[in-house]
Write a protein that binds this ligand. Structure first.
Ligand code: DOR
Ligand code: ZN
Length: 345
């Protein structure tokens, strides 16, 4: 029997944390190897809040690319309480950034400079709506009294629903959906909303984080939810609906910062992302929908052309590196150190 394989147009990753400096140098080759473009998250220290900071970061990314790599970083602006609508528009018109990211202040890694009250950025949202700039949302409330497993659903009900209603012309991406509620919400607003779905949320649930002991490398935000949500995400990702597309949320942290008494959130999924996704589509009997999820729906939502070129994946076991060295430490790879069922040719 011949090896099963699938060839799709070169995919993009619509949600990536590349970091900076030595970390970026170490992790960027993995994203650039698999994807033609990526939406680059702006949660650096300090965050990417101005066109000048975004242009400089974009140039550092380009300079760090391996020789011959064909990869285009798509930059984003980190919204704060004091973001100036004119600066937003200037960065957009000059082609420096394509979207802005709304981090509720305190929701996740390096989000303390984020937005404390959406009412404060009304003029920014109105301007984005007017010029067609996309809003990317980390959809979790930050109230410590709200159970961590409910923070996405509560955000959708109390923040996202009013936001979407107030700005019917604003194109919104709910990033890294993790619940049934999220995919249902996006479906109901699909005329102007989409969501990214990560590889890890398709294969782990909240029990996985405690399988035989605490597993810090499976901890990310939004945190993985119970099994019925994982199943809902798999249905959404593989069902062929255009409002769902690929965004890995690859979020590398040094091992010593994750294997700690108070470990950071984020899974480094870049080296195994396509292999994990295609395995899920195969398991769901939905390989026919893989290209739309990975390579077509994202560009359509962002109003960008699809990539030229293609990538072939084969159903034969491959090896994922266990970790990637960075300075005196390393980053642990999601699904690393094991065989993958599929390989990128
Ligand atoms: O787990 C996460 N890590 N979630 C986020 O939203 C941010 C990310 C990071 O930057 O480490
Ligand atoms: Zn992220």
């Amino acid at each position: 029997m011949s090896t099963q394989s699938i060839t799709i147009r070169r995919p993009d990753d619509w949600h990536v944390h590349l970091r900076d400096g030595a970390m970026m140098q170490a992790v960027l080759p993995y994203t650039a190897a698999q994807f033609g473009r990526a939406i680059i998250m702006p949660n650096l220290v300090p965050p990417v809040t101005t066109p000048a900071l975004a242009a400089a970061y974009r140039d550092r990314i380009r300079a760090a690319l391996p020789a011959g790599a064909q990869f285009e970083p798509l930059m984003t602006c980190y919204l704060t309480n004091t973001t100036d609508p004119d600066e937003i528009e200037r960065g957009y018109n000059e082609g420096i950034w394509v979207a802005a990211k709304l981090y509720p202040a305190g929701a996740t890694t390096n989000s303390h400079g984020g937005v404390t009250d959406i009412a404060l950025i009304r003029p920014v949202l109105e301007r984005m709506e007017k010029i067609g700039m996309k809003l990317l949302v980390h959809g979790e409330v930050t109230d410590p009294a709200v159970d961590i497993f409910d923070r996405e659903a509560v955000f959708l009900e109390t923040r996202m629903a009013p936001l979407a209603k107030a700005h019917p012309g604003l194109k919104i991406v709910l990033e890294h959906a993790t619940t049934q509620e999220a995919v249902d919400f996006v479906r109901a607003h699909a005329s102007h909303m989409a969501c990214t779905i990560t590889p890890h949320h398709l294969v782990i649930n909240r029990t996985s984080i405690f399988q035989g002991g605490i597993r810090p490398h499976l901890y990310c935000l939004p945190i993985a939810k119970r099994e019925r949500h994982r199943l809902a995400l798999r249905k959404a990702a593989t069902g062929g609906e255009s409002c769902f597309f690929l965004g890995t949320d690859t979020a590398p942290h040094m091992a010593k910062l994750k294997e700690a008494a108070c470990g950071c959130a984020g899974c480094f999924v870049a080296p195994t992302a396509l292999q994990t996704y295609v395995q899920v589509f195969d398991e769901e009997g939905a390989l026919a929908h893989f290209e739309a999820f990975a390579s077509l729906n994202g560009p359509a939502f962002y109003g960008l052309p699809v990539n030229s070129g293609s990538v072939t994946l084969e159903k034969r076991s491959g090896h994922a590196p266990e970790c990637v060295a960075v300075e005196q430490d390393h980053v642990v790879v999601f699904g690393g150190g094991a065989q993958t069922a599929w390989s990128v040719v």
